[in-house]
Design a protein around this ligand. Structure first.
Ligand code: NOJ
Length: 560
């Protein structure tokens, strides 16, 4: 099925695919519990199918990035089975063992971070669930084994890795206990009930304090350098992106990772809408951090992934305008400076699908929380079910919606899919229905991606904010030597009149007197008709001194 859909991805206009873990796994954590790093899961067709997929992707000019989980393996991995079997086997020290739980550390998924193994009469440490024991990265043999696994895929031609949860690899060597007077379930519960700003601040502090000694321990940068050196043994453009927001993982800009995600962009203040002020503050802070690196780091923006609510749900406090806001947000990610990551299905406007019955959850973190709420915290089961539905990641992992056929065309009729299909597939949120509709979300993304591909300024240009106080719209330039592009995003359900005065344009262009010589040619408007087939964009020239925007309009113009 994946090979069959590659042409869809090419037509969408993307450059690379990041696969979530495709390795053999007992699937306690959606594949993030890997039981063999040098194989592909049999249910996905095993290695022959993976090789065919990789070749077919490369034949179409698509890069393939794999998900590399370094912090932990599955408890069914041969390394762990051996390590657990006795205290003196050759892999006895490949995981983190203790005779008794040395502290009160928590697993961020299921309570106690130390789990007893009768085989050794000892406890092993796991930052995630107990089926995900942490590797002991201080052991050089572990490093070698994992780098060999990375080489296995790089030899095959894989283009890079997304590195899972790198912040969790090393802990505080002194094993300092945390100071929060709550269990994990208690803290989650408090997060839900905190009402006042003071309570919310306390919750934030508790979350930080509960895990502070388990994250970011010494040694991480050396480890990233080692992995980068492995990658650099290979020809071609290979890439590492870390699941972290800390630009320190880019090292000097050349010797650690290529990218980390701009997660702060996703952390909007309540009620969760992206606002121009939030984006401006985010860009100012982010770009300053990246530019301060010796070899200036490259940004990487995203608004969605498999761990959080889908873009169309997360950033839409007003359901009447959810689809319109999702379009503006798509344009945001595709016009900001940096590499954009899209999460599958956002390009057709897929939304979260809440799973009301806790018995149908697949996300172990949510089932654990449901049980803790009901059994330990005596929360009413109906309310606990609501909480579990809201916190599960199943809601944003439902199958891709290919058509209006049964199972959204993802699996044949009569098959029970791993997670239920979101019923809105039958209401136009599917690829087949949107394929030929020029106004569809899918064709909107395709158009945006085409404009981005054809624009040197959108690909590499500097970000220069305009109109720093505009409440309802975001305006900025993307400035490259070859091209200057203006982007204006109307985040409001009302018309806007944007007046760009020559002085501030000159300042953004960094050339006095330049603005008066410039006109604008519209490259993209979410509100202009046009005919893709004839190449007639239906777009007129733009008066820079007075731009009229329709509600939620997205406008991209070339200045010249
Ligand atoms: C981060 C992944 O994105 C998430 O899905 C997973 O549960 C944890 N790391 C543990 O691997």
């Amino acid at each position: 099925g994946m090979i069959e859909r590659l042409d869809y991805l090419v037509a969408l206009g993307i450059d690379a695919v990041w696969l979530s873990p495709h390795f053999p796994s007992p699937n306690w954590d959606w594949g993030y519990d890997i039981s063999d790093y040098c194989a592909a899961a049999p249910e996905y067709g095993g290695l022959p199918a993976f090789r065919a997929f990789l070749d077919a992707a490369h034949a179409r000019g698509l890069h393939v990035i794999l998900d590399l989980v370094l912090n932990h393996t599955s408890d069914q991995h041969a390394w762990f089975l051996e390590s657990r079997s006795s205290r003196d086997n050759p892999k006895a020290d490949w995981y983190v063992w203790a005779d008794t739980p040395p502290n009160n550390w928590q697993s961020c998924f299921d309570g106690e971070a130390w789990t007893y193994a009768p085989e050794r009469d000892q406890y092993y440490y796991h930052y995630f669930m107990k089926q995900q024991p942490d590797l002991n990265w201080r052991n050089p043999a572990v490093r070698e084994a994992m780098w060999d696994a990375a080489r296995f895929w790089l030899d095959m031609g894989v283009d890079g890795f997304r590195l899972d949860a790198i912040g969790t690899i090393f802990e505080d060597p002194d094993l300092t206990p945390h100071t929060v007077p709550l269990t994990l379930a208690g803290l989650r519960r408090l997060s839900e009930t905190a009402a006042t700003p003071a309570e919310r601040a306390l919750v934030d502090r508790y979350w930080r304090d509960m895990f502070v000694h388990q994250l970011g321990g010494p040694g991480l940068h050396d480890l990233m350098k080692e992995l980068r050196a492995v990658l650099d043994e290979y020809p071609g453009d290979r890439m590492l992106v870390g699941e972290d927001e800390d630009v320190a993982y880019l090292g000097n800009g050349r010797d650690e990772l290529h990218l980390v995600f701009n997660f702060p962009l996703m952390r909007t203040p309540p009620p969760g809408a992206i606002t121009p002020a939030h984006v401006r503050a985010n860009q100012a802070a982010r770009l300053a951090l990246l530019d301060a690196l010796p070899a200036a780091g490259w940004p990487c923006n995203t608004l969605g992934n498999h761990d959080c609510s889908r873009v169309a749900t997360a950033f839409a406090p007003d359901p009447d305008h959810a689809a319109a806001a999702a379009r503006v947000n798509a344009a945001l990610v595709l016009t900001l400076r940096g590499t954009p990551f899209l999460y599958n299905g956002e390009e057709i406007g897929m939304t979260d699908h809440l799973i009301a019955d806790p018995a149908h959850l697949r996300d172990t973190m949510a089932t654990w929380y449901y049980d803790a709420l009901v059994n330990d915290l005596q929360v009413d089961p109906a309310e606990a079910a609501l909480r579990a539905a809201a916190m599960t990641r199943d809601k944003n992992r439902t199958p891709m919606q290919w058509s209006a056929a049964a199972n959204a065309g993802f699996s044949p009729a009569g098959v029970t899919t791993w997670l239920p299909v979101n019923p809105n597939y039958a209401a136009g949120i599917n690829v087949a229905d949107q394929e030929d509709d020029p106004e569809s979300m899918l064709n909107y993304y395709r158009r945006l991606l085409r404009v981005r591909r054809a624009s040197p300024a959108l690909q590499t240009g500097a970000y220069r904010p305009l109109k720093p106080r505009a409440r309802d719209y975001l305006a900025f330039l993307r400035a490259a030597a070859e091209q200057m592009v203006l982007v204006v995003l109307n985040y409001a359900p009302a018309r806007q009149q944007v007046r760009l005065d020559r002085r501030s344009l000159d300042a953004a262009l960094r050339t006095p007197g330049r603005a008066s010589q410039l006109g604008g040619r519209i490259l993209f408007s979410s509100h202009a008709g046009g005919d893709d087939a004839t190449g007639d964009t239906g777009l007129a020239d733009l008066q820079l001194t007075r731009i009229d925007l329709a509600p939620y309009e997205v406008l991209i113009a070339e200045l010249g």
